[in-house]
Each structure stands twice: as structure tokens, then as C-alpha cells.
Design a protein around this ligand. Structure first.
Ligand SMILES: *Cc1c(COP(=O)(O)O)cnc(C)c1O
Length: 858
């Protein structure tokens, strides 16, 4: 804080007296008083001595107070309401920073900016203090976060259930051009956006064995005798909808030891042994597994998955009880969505809870389970389909393995009758993979136990039906549907791109923030030269800001007037960052071969994390940084080409990058990217896409018009055909002289100080295997990039495309996706929430012994 600011905050100390309902009002004066109260009472500081973090925390608490009133109003409204509730189960929620988003959704962003300015504070500096909760790897976790935003905005009763990882996705730093992982200590300053709810803690069993017996009424029963139990404690975060009173709950579970001390061990005098046991239990939710698109069968990960799913289902049963609804109506109250197979163990767990603990018959329990669950498939990569080795599964979840065997036995009986004599189909459909080391197939469990199975883009859903889940589709065609992913326009336009948002609001009003199809109103403006000028100017300012960020974080200076050609996403072979590198080297080679080559200035920006054990992906990062090292220093080239790797890509950086891109690189091999959501964020913010006919790119091109999209490469069916006929990458190398020159330059060590061994794993692989067919797509990609260059040099044309890209991106709002889930899968309706007054709420609270508060959460 500056001296002047200190003086001003000191003067502003409020006179006492704030009363109930006016306390959380949103006028400037009330916000200012509340903020200063939190600096004093919550942070325990005199304003003049407050650190930037104190000021952030005080503002976060000020905003949280406004959320809490709506949160309790929501809980009160849902309680006793007969509506169904969505329970969204996801091992990842990549929510991003809360403060700015909550200001947007409350509709007080500008007021708070002014109020802070009056106190001599810069809101942007306060926002920058927030450490984002990196509780996800990438697209899948981010989708869950966008869905939570849309559920609240659409006023749908919903709970998000997941894991409160103490360490989120690792922080990436780049040292000598290579990725280094650092732990993500996002909780180090505390988390003002969560409330611990110890009273709703539950116990979760693990390991041990089962005992079978007959109860006093002669029923066959099973008792699970666990090797250990851990306690799950819920931490609730409020998820506010846009300009509505709905505040849903994101409930994340933390593992704790059953008791502070194991008295058995303690009494033997082994104090440290007892403490150690406590530490071991708490390891369960210590760290997010940083694997992306591949599954490692690690014991702790299975335990994590079971832990959060068991906690969540037990929590739903508690809520059912609090609402006075019998367990037999579980499926009428809850629509449980499985975000990929990570929570699929929930199907066996609900069976166990209903049969073993609530004494329902198998058939009744199965009916309830099947009506409750639905499954979203996220991948076509075979290596990403989750399976668990049988011995590991038996050791960790002995009762669930029995239940899965029983589900499988009944299921295969049905199949046997339906497909008489078709033994190979039985083994293909079985929940147990009997080939080699036996394992449990989680996707099969998810399919058998769900009423609906969906893919995340039209192409993905089709390939899922025809390939990965073909046998299930033949068996249960009616269970299959498709819901194309979407992203929230609140975070990804209104919050992250205020300049463009202001221009859009001036032109067509602000209805688009809730109804993104209204962006269509921009279409006529694409022909208005003065509008396009303002559009360009807003986007250029975003580029200037990003250029400053790039300089501050990497030391590289980039020209905001060059084309920002951007590829930001997890680093993976199938996404093909190395194909983009081949193009860069082709341009470099052209300039070096002909100094007068007509190459328009471009800044290539890459960002993304590689899984720590994925050596090939880490080498791809090294390839990008190595090419950058040479190109950025070469005096003949450096004013025309720049290559930047921005470290530690996350939601916070995404908010800076997507709005500043000219060209969006969506270049995965066709048939490999399930949907993509980065493609949507770019398009909404006016970037033009160069992309393969993969995932949602196909629908994106259809929506924004073929003339505003740069497509290239093989289609998914051409990929299949080429694979089948025997793909020989070396043929492409031999027959394309530019490709040959590029690969030779790279593989001879030109970008690795003459050492040809460094990138040998990449180029050896490309020439002889090339599983993602870079060489087959290279020629088409480079030609398409030439078209991009021509379009960019025609400013009016590019700006027209940019406006249209945004104007026609409305269908990629997660609001549209959530509406489809509500109608086709969950069968839930909006429940509007009136803002209740505290006086009215306090009497209601005493009625239900502690079930008040933002409590039930539903
Ligand atoms: C949107 C997003 C992703 C997903 O990007 P794709 O291009 O769809 O792979 C990954 N990480 C972050 C931080 C994102 O915001």
C-alpha cells in the first residue's frame, strides 16, 4: 500500500453499527466498511500494516459474506423442495481463482474496483494474490468447473463432489529448457472460499476381508471387516450463479485419521508409531495424480477414488434421511453423473450401501442404482481406459470385488441369452479382462450400471459407439447419447476479456452473458469498418498485456503486431505440439534459404504441462524451447519469428492467453481428441482456428462457417484406412523435400548444439512409427498455414472472420451443454431461489437440529 493509500484507508475506518440485512448490501459504502472490518477483525491488522495478501483475504471475506446469505437461502429453498438434485462426481475440479468470478457473477466487479480505488488499492493487484486451486490436470477438470458454474446459473439444484487435494497439479518451471516440477502448496495462506463441515464427516473402510453369514431372519448377509478406516471431512465451497441467488455447493473431501491416536499402539508406548498411522491415513488426499490420458494402476489412486465416492454416496444418504425420504427413492432424489470412470466404483459402492447396510434386496438395489447413475466417457485412447489389476482390487476393496463379480455374472447371463453361443462377445463385454494379468474394466462397470452413456462431441460419440464401446452400443443402443462440451462465458469472456466484453455490451447489450446465442447480434457488425476497428483495438490491447506477461516471465520480447499463433494445452503426442514445431522450422528454413522469403511476422506461443513420468512429452517441451533458443537469437530471423514457451499453464494464465490469440492451434490427429474445450475459449474471444477434423472442431467449423476456419489433415476415417493399409511415414519424408529438410535439420542436431542424440527419440519415432501421423499431415498443414498467412495480411478480412468467430460461438456455452444434460439425462428442472432475510432464516434453523445452514447443500 502506498503512503497515500494508507492515509485514506485509515480515514475510512467506519463508525460502528451494521445491521443484519444491510450488512451484506452491495453499495459502495457498505462494501468499503465491510472490507475495512475484515482487514481489522479477520486479518487482525491495522489497514496501514496490511500485506497484499491481507488485503486480498479481506476482500475475499467481504465477497464471501455476500455469497453466504445466498448460499443459506439456496439451502433453505432446496430443503423440502421435491426437485431432483444433480450430484456431479469428479476426481478433478479445476475451478480457477474464485474472487474475480464471484465479483462478475454478483454483478459488482466495477463497484468493487471503484471502492478499492477510493482506498488507493488496485483491484487487479488484489486479484493476483489468489493462489488458484489446481485440483485438476486439464480439460476434464476444467469441464467440471464450467458445469458447476452453468448449473448454478441455470438454477439447477446440484452438488459437486470431489477431493480436496492438499497439493494440486504441480507447478511447472522451465530450467535449461526443460520442465521441472514443484509442489503446489495452494493452501499455504489458507482458503477463504471453503467452510469445513466436521459434523458431516463419514467413515470409509479399506482393505481387510469379508465374512458371510445368515442373519436372525434367515437372510444371507455379508459383513466387511476392513483393515483400516479413514474419516472423510467435507470442505464446502459456494458456487454462485450469474446474477441469480442460487449458490450451489462444491463439496470436497479430505482424509483424516479415525482417531488422533491409535490407542493400541499408544499403550504399547509407541507414540511415534501411532502418529505415523495418522499421517498415513492423511496421505490419501495429499496429492493429485498428475497423469493425463494414461492410467497408472497405483494403489493410492484407487483408494482416492473409492474414498471420495464412498464419502459422497454416504453424504447423499444422509441428506435423503434429513429430508425424510426413504432410501428406496434415492434415484428419484439424485441424478448421479460420473465424470469419466474415476468415480465408477460408485456403482458397486451404492450396491454395497443399499444391500449390506440398508438390507435391500439385490434386485431393488440394482434398480435404484441403474436409475441413479449416468456415465460420461472422455477418451478414445485405449491406454487411457481405466482398469485395475485384480490382486490390487481384491486387496483394497474385497467386498466390491464380490459385488462386481455378482453384477458381472448376472450381466453375462443376460448377454449369453441374447447372443446364444457367442463366446467371444462374452469375453469382450465382461467386467473382468481375462487376458494376461486379470483386471477390472471400469468403463464396463460404468456402462452396465448407468441408464445413460454419453460422449462429449458428435464425432467422439460416434467413434465411441463404433469402436471403444461398440459391443455395449449393440446391446443397449438406447442408453447412448451425445452432449457436446461447452465452456462458461462468465469466466472465459466476461471476466477474462473485459475489453471485448465492454464492446459487445455496447453493441448488443449484456444478455449474451446468460444466453450466449445472442452473440449472433454481432454478425451485422462484422461488415462495419468502424466496429471492426474497435474490435481490433480491444484485442490488440490484450496482446500488449500478454506481451508484457511474456517478457516478465520469460525475458523474451514479442511484437504485439505480429500474429499470435497459440497452442496451449497439456503436452501430449496425440495433440501434436511437435507438428507445430515442424511448421516453425519449415518457416525458419525458408528464411535461412532465402533472406527475402515472404514470411509475415509471427509469435508462436506454447504452454502446457507434461506428466512428470511421460518422458516423450517432456522431450517435446525441450524441443520447443530448443528451437526457440536458436530462432529468438538469430539476427536474420528474430524480427520475424519468435518462439515462446510460457511456463506453468493454468486457469489464471489461460485467462490472459485465450483473449490475446490470433490463431488457435487445434491440430490433434483426427479421432484422438474427444472434444477439446480450449478450441471453444479461443473462438469465443475472436481467435481463428487452424484445426483437424477432430473432436468439437468439426462442430466449431460448422457453427462459424467453413470460410472462417482453416481445416487440414486426414479425417478420422482416412486415418483408419491409412492405418489399415499400412502407414509408412518414411515415404512422406522421402517424397516431400521441405519435410525432409526440416527433419534433417532437427535430427542432425541443429537445434541441440550439434548433438543429434538429444531429439533422436522423437525423430527416430517419427520416421519409423509416427503413431500420430505427423508426416502424413505435414504437407496439408503447411499449405493451410500459407492460407492463414494470406488471410492475416488482409486486415479487414481477418477482423471480419474474428467477429464472426465470436458471433457464432454461442452453442459452445456450457449453459447449452447443461440444458441438454438436464433434459436428456438428469430430468431436472430449475428451482429459482428467493433471497431470504436472516430473521426469517434463523427460526427455520432451529427446527431441524443442525440441518440448517448452508448445510444440506441441496
Ligand atoms: C481449457 C483448458 C484446458 C483444455 O484445453 P484443450 O485445448 O481442450 O486441451 C486445459 N487446461 C486449462 C488450464 C484450460 O483452461
Amino acid at each position: 500500500m502506498t503512503q497515500a493509500a494508507r492515509a485514506r484507508t485509515a480515514e475510512a475506518a467506519p463508525a460502528a453499527d451494521s445491521h443484519d440485512d444491510t450488512r451484506t448490501a452491495m453499495s459502495g459504502a457498505t462494501l468499503r466498511r465491510a472490507f475495512l472490518d475484515h482487514v481489522f477483525y479477520t486479518q487482525g491488522k491495522l489497514p496501514g500494516l496490511a500485506s497484499p495478501n491481507d488485503l486480498y483475504q479481506a476482500l475475499a471475506h467481504t465477497v464471501r459474506d455476500r455469497l453466504v446469505q445466498r448460499w443459506i437461502s439456496t439451502a433453505e429453498t432446496y430443503l423440502g423442495h421435491p426437485s431432483r438434485t444433480v450430484a456431479y462426481l469428479s476426481a478433478e475440479f479445476l475451478v480457477g481463482p474464485h474472487l474475480g468470478n464471484n465479483l462478475v457473477n454478483l454483478g459488482i466487479f466495477d463497484e468493487v474496483r471503484e471502492t478499492m480505488a477510493e482506498l488507493g488499492l488496485d483491484l487487479d493487484e488484489l486479484l493476483a494474490q489468489e493462489l488458484e486451486p489446481g485440483l485438476g490436470n486439464g480439460g476434464l477438470g476444467r469441464l467440471a468447473a464450467c458445469f458447476m458454474d452453468s448449473l448454478a446459473t441455470l438454477q439447477i439444484p446440484a452438488l459437486g463432489y470431489g477431493i480436496r487435494y492438499e497439493y494440486g497439479i504441480f507447478q511447472q518451471s522451465i530450467v535449461d529448457g526443460q520442465q521441472i516440477e514443484l509442489t503446489d502448496t495452494w493452501l499455504r495462506h489458507g482458503n477463504p472460499w471453503e467452510i469445513q463441515r466436521s459434523e458431516w464427516a463419514v467413515e470409509v473402510k479399506l482393505g481387510g476381508h469379508t465374512e458371510h453369514y445368515t442373519d436372525d431372519r434367515g437372510h444371507y448377509r455379508v459383513r466387511w471387516v476392513p483393515a483400516k478406516t479413514v474419516v472423510g471431512v467435507p470442505f464446502d465451497s459456494p458456487i454462485l450463479g450469474y446474477r441469480v441467488n442460487t449458490v450451489n455447493t462444491l463439496r470436497l473431501w479430505r482424509a483424516e485419521a479415525t482417531e488422533a491416536f491409535d490407542f493400541g499402539v499408544f499403550n504399547r508406548g509407541d507414540y511415534l508409531g501411532a502418529v505415523n498411522k495418522k499421517v498415513t491415513s492423511e496421505n490419501l488426499t495429499k496429492v493429485l495424480y498428475p497423469n493425463d490420458e494414461t492410467e497408472q494402476g497405483k494403489e493410492l489412486r484407487l483408494e482416492q477414488q473409492y474414498f471420495f465416492v464412498s464419502c459422497s454416496l454416504q453424504d447423499m444418504l444422509r441428506l435423503l434421511d434429513a429430508h425424510g425420504i426413504p432410501v428406496t427413492r434415492f434415484h428419484e432424489k439424485f441424478a448421479v453423473q460420473l465424470n469419466d470412470t474415476h468415480p465408477a466404483i460408485g456403482i458397486a459402492e451404492l450396491m454395497r450401501l443399499l444391500v449390506d447396510e440398508h438390507s435391500l434386496t439385490w434386485d431393488d438395489a440394482w434398480h435404484i442404482t441403474r436409475q441413479a447413475f449416468a456415465y460420461t466417457n472422455h477418451t478414445l485412447l485405449p491406454e487411457a481406459l481405466e482398469t485395475w489389476p485384480l490382486p490390487l482390487f481384491a486387496r483394497t476393496l474385497p467386498r466390491h470385488l464380490e459385488i462386481i463379480y455378482e453384477i458381472n455374472s448376472r450381466f453375462l447371463n443376460e448377454v449369453r441369452i441374447r447372443y446364444f453361443g457367442d463366446e467371444s462377445r462374452l469375453s469382450r463385454l465382461s467386467l473382468i479382462d481375462e487376458h494376461g494379468a486379470r483386471s477390472v474394466r471400469m468403463a464396463h462397470l460404468a456402462c452396465v450400471g448407468s441408464h445413460t452413456i454419453n460422449g462429449v462431441a458428435e464425432l467422439h460419440s460416434r467413434l465411441m459407439r463404433e469402436d471403444v464401446l461398440k459391443d455395449f452400443h449393440e446391446l443397449y443402443p438406447d442408453r447412448f447419447t451425445s452432449v457436446t462440451n461447452g465452456v462458461t462465458p462468465r469466466r472465459w469472456i466476461a471476466l477474462s476479456n473485459p475489453r471485448l466484453s465492454r464492446l459487445i455490451c455496447e453493441s448488443i447489450g449484456d444478455g449474451w452473458i446468460q444466453d450466449l446465442e445472442q452473440l449472433r447480434g454481432l454478425e451485422p457488425h462484422a461488415e462495419d469498418a468502424s466496429f471492426r476497428e474497435r474490435w481490433r483495438a480491444a484485442r490488440r490491447e490484450n496482446k500488449v498485456d500478454l506481451a508484457r506477461l511474456i517478457r516478465d516471465t520469460t525475458g523474451v520480447t514479442v511484437d504485439p503486431d505480429s500474429m499470435f499463433d497459440v497452442m496451449v494445452k497439456r503436452i501430449h503426442e496425440y495433440k501434436r505440439q511437435h507438428l507445430a514445431v515442424l511448421h516453425i522450422v519449415a518457416l525458419y528454413h525458408r528464411i535461412k534459404s532465402d533472406a527475402h522469403a515472404d514470411i509475415a511476422p509471427r509469435t508462436f506461443l506454447f504452454a502446457g504441462k507434461a506428466a512428470p513420468g511421460y518422458h516423450y512429452a517432456k522431450l517435446m517441451i525441450r524441443l520447443i524451447t530448443s528451437v526457440g533458443e536458436v530462432i529468438n537469437r538469430d539476427p536474420q530471423v528474430r524480427d520475424r519469428l519468435k518462439v515462446v514457451f510460457l511456463p506453468n499453464f493454468n486457469v489464471t494464465y489461460g485467462q490472459r492467453v485465450y483473449p490475446a490469440a490470433d490463431l488457435s492451434e487445434q491440430i490433434s490427429l483426427a479421432g484422438k481428441e474427444a472434444s477439446g474445450t480450449g478450441n471453444m475459449k479461443f473462438a469465443m474471444n475472436g481467435a481463428i482456428t487452424i484445426g483437424t477434423m477432430d473432436g468439437a472442431n468439426i462442430e466449431l467449423r460448422e457453427a462459424i462457417g467453413a470460410e472462417n476456419f482453416f481445416p487440414f489433415g486426414l479425417s478420422a476415417s482416412e486415418v483408419y484406412a491409412l492405418k489399415a493399409s499400412g502407414y509408412r511415414p518414411a515415404d512422406y519424408y522421402e517424397s516431400h523435400s521441405e519435410l525432409r529438410a526440416v527433419i534433417d535439420l532437427l535430427s542432425q542436431g541443429f537445434f541441440s548444439r550439434g548433438d543429434p542424440t538429444v531429439f533422436q527419440p522423437i525423430f527416430g519415432n517419427l520416421l519409423h512409427h509416427d503413431p500420430y501421423m505427423l508426416l502424413a499431415d505435414f504437407a496439408s498443414y503447411v499449405l493451410c498455414q500459407n492460407d492463414v498467412t494470406a488471410a492475416f495480411s488482409d486486415q479487414p478480412r481477418w477482423d471480419r472472420m474474428s467477429v464472426l468467430s465470436s458471433a457464432r460461438s454461442g452453442r459452445f456455452s456450457s449453459d447449452r451443454a447443461i440444458r441438454e444434460y438436464c433434459e436428456r439425462i438428469w430430468r431436472v428442472q430449475p428451482v429459482p431461489v428467493p433471497l431470504l432475510h436472516r430473521a426469517a432464516m434463523s427460526t427455520a434453523g432451529t427446527r431441524r437440529n443442525g440441518e440448517a445452514g448452508a448445510s444440506g447443500g441441496m
